[in-house]
Design a protein around this ligand. Structure first.
Ligand code: HAM
Length: 421
């Protein structure tokens, strides 16, 4: 027996129905916000991902050498591929350029519920604008994608790396210290943050203040902390404008400011945000994104870039945990030839109905009326057509409602219109 590779999954037809429902709903919301879909390859040159993050990231990737000795990697995310594509072919497109994508990603993660080695992302990048309304719209898009899909409980947290960096400076923490601290802050391991600060000789009072400002959602406290740092103050005013747009133009009030949102990836530069589904427990982050800089590194003409990605698999887990009732796909009609002579006519009827877009299945096992009706019920067909010689003599068919058990004779010519009613 062959085993499925660790951290990957097969999807049953029922699971695929759910996934397609979520995908279609997300696509619809992207479209209503003016985004157009693109696709990039499943694997890229390894360097695309190490360029910003360094060789250290290789441990987290599926990388390999191909038959010609090229170093390649399965994509762990889609932002770097999209920016590569943009630099290569899309730089001349009118701005802002709004691109969205759906695709599987691969990370050599430790698998657990909500964390896989192959998982799917629905994401987008907006290129060529840095206005407050553009960033507010981006955050609103992520928020409404999840709301429109049907997730009820979400938590939107917004941070800012420029402001955070100013706070690091206020606490006299060098770049080296920051590198040590950010992964711990990212994972909300505040005891360890405290320990590192102690080792760096920061006194208890200061440690307390530092942890407080990281976790507070009181913007006044944050503003107080960055006083005198012109760049951070400017960024703070900009952040307030983004929040104003979110509240008054996009009708989103349920957000929290959190400077501890640092994002795991290395390319972010200013505004960052995450959306969690608290029902999921440990792996609750549904979405992550923000403003980033990759263009200059990839040889493009510098312009503003921002985006986000939503974890598709976790969105489905959140919906399931909240007992969301997914729309079920069903068979409109199941056709049963009552004997072998009726098979050609039954197939012809199936052909006619499918041409009209009706979802049809037909008995392909010659198993007789009783067993076929049982099967039709088990696949949740709503109606059945019995094709029998007596009715056919009069150019008619028996149409049975499988929910009520009622049946009546319908002229063959009227079967399409009757089913479409
Ligand atoms: P990320 O936070 O690494 O961001 O991933 C986005 C989302 O993908 C996460 O919030 C999570 O829901 C899902 N995800 C990540 N890893 C796994 C996994 N192992 N199993 C299941 N789901 C997972 C990015 O990838 C950035 N490229 C987002 C972005 C786009 N930033 C700017 N533009």
């Amino acid at each position: 027996m062959f085993q499925i590779p660790r951290g990957t999954r097969d999807f049953t037809p029922k699971e695929m129905d759910k996934r397609r429902y979520v995908e279609e709903s997300m696509k619809k919301t992207f479209t209503t916000f003016g985004y157009r879909e693109i696709q990039t390859p499943l694997f890229e040159h390894l360097e695309l991902f190490t360029a910003k993050s360094g060789e250290g990231i290789v441990d987290e990737l599926y990388s390999f050498e191909d038959k010609s000795g090229r170093q390649l990697a399965l994509r762990p995310e889609l932002t770097a591929p999209v920016i590569r594509f943009y630099v290569d072919r899309l730089q001349m497109e009118p701005k802002p350029l709004k691109l969205c994508y759906f695709g599987n990603c691969f990370r050599y993660d430790r698998p657990q519920k909500g964390r896989y080695r192959e998982f799917w992302q629905a994401g987008c990048e907006i290129i060529g604008t840095n206005t407050a309304e553009a960033y507010a719209e981006l955050i609103a898009l992520a928020y409404y994608i999840l709301k429109n899909v049907g997730v009820q409980q979400i938590q939107l947290c917004i941070g800012n790396l420029t402001i955070l960096s100013s706070i690091f400076t206020q606490f006299h923490l060098s770049e080296e210290d920051q590198k040590k601290l950010t992964p711990l802050i990212d994972k909300a391991q505040y005891d360890e943050v405290s320990l590192v600060l102690e080792q760096l000789g920061v006194d208890q009072q200061k440690i307390h203040e530092f942890l407080d400002v990281l976790q507070t959602s009181d913007t006044k406290k944050i503003q107080q902390q960055i006083k005198g740092d012109a760049a951070a103050e400017k960024e703070f005013i900009f952040l307030e404008t983004v929040l104003d747009f979110l509240k008054h133009s996009f009708h989103i009030n349920d957000y929290q400011i959190k400077l501890s949102i640092v994002r795991g990836l290395d390319y972010y530069s200013g505004l960052v945000f995450e959306i969690d589904a608290p029902v999921l427990g440990a792996e609750k982050q549904l979405c992550g994104g923000g403003v980033y800089e990759l263009l200059s590194l990839f040889g493009g003409t510098p312009t503003s870039t921002a985006g986000f990605a939503i974890g598709f698999d976790r969105t489905i887990l959140a919906l399931e945990t909240e007992q969301f009732s997914f729309p079920s796909r069903h068979i409109d009609v199941y056709i049963i030839p009552v004997n072998e002579d009726m098979i050609p006519i039954a197939l012809e009827i199936a052909y006619d109905l499918r041409k009209e877009g009706i979802v049809v299945d037909i008995d392909l096992l010659r198993r007789g009326v009783g067993k076929s009706l049982k099967y039709a019920n088990s696949v949740q067909a709503t109606k059945a057509i019995l094709v029998g010689p007596k009715e056919l003599e009069k150019q008619a068919l028996t149409l049975r409602n499988l929910e009520t058990g009622e049946q009546h004779i319908v002229p063959r010519k009227k079967i399409v219109s009757t089913l479409q009613q």
